[in-house]
Design a protein around this ligand. Structure first.
Ligand SMILES: Cc1cc2nc3c(=O)[nH]c(=O)nc-3n(C[C@H](O)[C@H](O)[C@H](O)COP(=O)(O)OP(=O)(O)OC[C@H]3O[C@@H](n4cnc5c(N)ncnc54)[C@H](O)[C@@H]3O)c2cc1C
Ligand SMILES: Cc1ncc(C[n+]2csc(CCOP(=O)(O)OP(=O)(O)O)c2C)c(N)n1
Length: 574
């Protein structure tokens, strides 16, 4: 083997670990890496138009596959653009390696052109972040970064000066040759006995289950049956918990269902499993709270906890199930299920189309749900599309759903759809985009064309930052700075080489979405939806109620009475 350089060794280590592609924008300081990818030919360079897209796309791939995904940015501004997407990956606990190219090593510390310090910039959104200053550090530092991202679930960053990447490598090959360890983590025998005793004592248990229940569906259902417990799911648990689940009573939280809220508030014992549901005010104050999580540092993070256990969901539930007695009391479960049926019907009644009336976004979401493939992958923008996705998309164990649920960043949906489609070429990928979110990273529409990714973008066009308007109303502030003067997005899509379709009326929604889904290529559907569509929280607190009436007063005083009528027709009189 001749003089292999650091970049070539780096790419080889990634390839040997199963990495198939790198998302990014190329640049001088990345030349060593992109050139060795070109020369090898077995790893794909997924060029995008904004590095933030690269990070979101890598995060989507990592979420869907559970394996390491990689993104890269050139020195200074190039890798700085990765940062928001990396925050999202880190907070979603998905394994992503970011290669942040660095300025020439001899210039570091001189305030040189494009100089930044990635090891400081990315420290907050990574488990590991180190500068490679010597060829001897590769592959060891790279492998530590990869191992850290995989085992701690999150982001690792290596900052690599372009000149170091081009120097001769000292080591010859990868050092680590083992597949990812997947240990079973179980509480001790004494703890399992204690957990059984606590659960057997309760007559009214509610389970709050989250993404940490992935892969433990059967055990979870058996647990709920034994405890006669309704299951409330947190948003990131939706794809793993909601389907084939006779105990499901929906979500709680601002986007939740009243049934989810009441099941949590009315229980005697709340059993949290694999969830980091963040909103304190939605946890019961009086109930005994038991929490199971694979990470000890998660215990008690969101609410008081009376009993905390460290274990993975499947192993822990398998250990506990034989020790549980059948709960003979079913009133709590039946009441919760009744409430769920009512809440569901209320939401379904909102998802209708009336000729001559505005298009309700709930109806659009319902149509997407009905027409989408059995194994579709959905992404939804932060903003009201997250609400419609949470409430109207039906999961079935094969479908997947992604959002920026923990970090809460706008503009996530199209970039995540790019990562989903690149890594799953045969699957239908649907992005539920807000007009604000879509426009924020709209340049990457061109990535769909460039890589011929048949993503379907459904743009909920309400000409507003509507979620912010909702928050302003709830806080008693008159909305301001939220209007969007939008272009015709279908024309932009057509100009970018996509199919552009527009639905003008409720009757056209189904046809427009079907046309896009059946089209063999990337497509954008623009649907003007009513702006004042209130997504009512499951219970309105006194503070929020005050907020709403205050909004009405302010609106009247400012002569915007038409808006109140608008609110009333859309929400109260429907
Ligand atoms: C605009 C907006 C509004 C939102 N409103 C709501 C809302 O109303 N309701 C709602 O529910 N969410 C809402 N969310 C999402 C919310 O912010 C959180 O992202 C979500 O509730 C977290 O879901 P989770 O607990 O399932 O997942 P995570 O936050 O990912 O938590 C998973 C937990 O499981 C643990 N874990 C992982 N693997 C295992 C394992 N094998 N065994 C055991 N434990 C494991 C992890 O350590 C972690 O503690 C909203 C988001 C946005 C953007
Ligand atoms: C990067 C970023 N900027 C601002 C916000 C605050 N924010 C949350 S939702 C939202 C509005 C989203 O608007 P749009 O995508 O049009 O969706 P809508 O709510 O109107 O359906 C804003 C500005 C954010 N979460 N992320």
């Amino acid at each position: 083997m001749g003089n292999r350089n650091v970049a070539e060794l780096l790419v080889e280590v990634l390839a040997e670990a199963g990495v198939r592609r790198i998302y990014g924008v190329s640049g001088d300081s990345l030349n060593g890496i992109t050139d060795s990818m070109r020369a090898r030919g077995d790893m794909q360079w997924v060029g995008v138009r904004h590095e933030e897209t690269a990070a979101f796309a890598a995060g989507a791939e990592a979420h869907l596959t559970g394996t390491l995904a990689v993104c890269a940015g050139s020195c200074g501004p190039g890798n700085l653009h990765l940062i928001n997407g990396l925050y999202d990956c880190h907070r979603s606990r998905v394994p992503v390696l970011a290669i942040a190219a660095q300025i020439p090593s001899v210039e570091i510390g001189t305030g040189y052109f494009q100089e930044t310090h990635p090891e400081h910039l990315f420290a907050q959104c990574s488990h590991y972040c180190e500068l490679v200053s010597q060829p001897e550090q590769i592959p060891r530092v790279l492998e530590i970064a990869m191992q850290t991202a995989i085992s701690r679930r999150g982001v690792a960053v290596i900052a690599l000066p372009g000149d170091v990447a081009l120097r001769d490598a000292v080591e010859r090959t990868a050092r680590l040759h083992f597949s990812e360890p997947k240990p079973n983590v179980c509480p001790s025998d004494d703890e399992i006995n204690l957990l059984a005793e606590v659960l057997n004592r309760s007559e009214k248990t509610t389970i709050l289950a989250g993404a940490g229940c992935a892969g433990a569906h059967d055990e979870l259902i058996q647990l709920a049956r034994t405890l006669q417990a309704p299951i409330v799911h947190a948003m990131r648990g939706k794809e793993f918990i909601e389907y084939n689940n006779p105990f499901d009573v929906g979500m709680t939280g601002l986007l939740g269902f009243s049934s989810g809220y009441f099941a949590m508030m009315n229980c005697e014992l709340l059993l949290m499993i694999g969830t980091d549901f963040p909103y304190q005010q939605f946890y019961p104050k009086e109930a005994t709270i038991v929490q199971i999580d694979v990470r000890g540092d998660q215990l008690g993070r969101r609410s008081k906890v009376d009993f905390g256990f460290v274990g993975d969901t499947r192993t822990t539930l398998r250990a506990i199930l034989p020790k549980l007695k059948q709960n003979p009391y079913e009133e709590h479960l039946q009441e919760s299920l009744d409430q769920y049926r009512k809440a569901r019907k209320g939401l379904d009644d909102m998802a209708t189309a009336t000729p001559g009336k505005p298009i309700h976004p709930q109806y659009v979401a319902r149509v997407i749900d009905r027409l989408a493939a059995e194994d579709a992958i959905f992404t939804c923008d932060v903003g009201t599309p997250t609400i419609w996705a949470a409430r109207y998309l039906t999961m079935n164990g094969k479908r997947r759903i992604l959002g920026s649920f923990n970090h809460g960043s706008m503009a996530n949906a199209m970039p995540q759809a790019i990562g989903a489609q690149v890594s799953h070429p045969g699957r239908q990928v649907i992005s539920m985009s807000g007009d604000g979110g879509f426009a924020m990273l709209m340049g990457d529409l061109l990535t769909l064309r460039q890589h011929q990714l048949p993503v379907k973008l459904i743009v909920f066009r309400n000409d507003a930052l509507a979620f912010v308007e909702l928050e302003m109303k709830a806080a008693g502030i008159l909305d301001f700075g939220t209007h969007l003067n939008n272009p015709d997005f279908t024309k932009i899509a057509e100009g970018a080489g996509l199919l552009g379709v527009r639905a003008e009326t409720p009757e056209q929604v189904e046809m427009a979405i079907a046309e896009a889904l059946n089209y063999d290529g990337p497509a954008l559907v623009e649907i003007p939806v009513s702006r004042q569509e209130l997504s009512m929280p499951p219970t309105i607190t006194l503070e929020q109620a005050k907020g709403f009436s205050l909004f009405m007063m302010k609106a009247v005083l400012s002569g915007r009475g038409d808006e109140i009528i608008d609110l009333a027709t859309v929400n109260l009189l429907r």
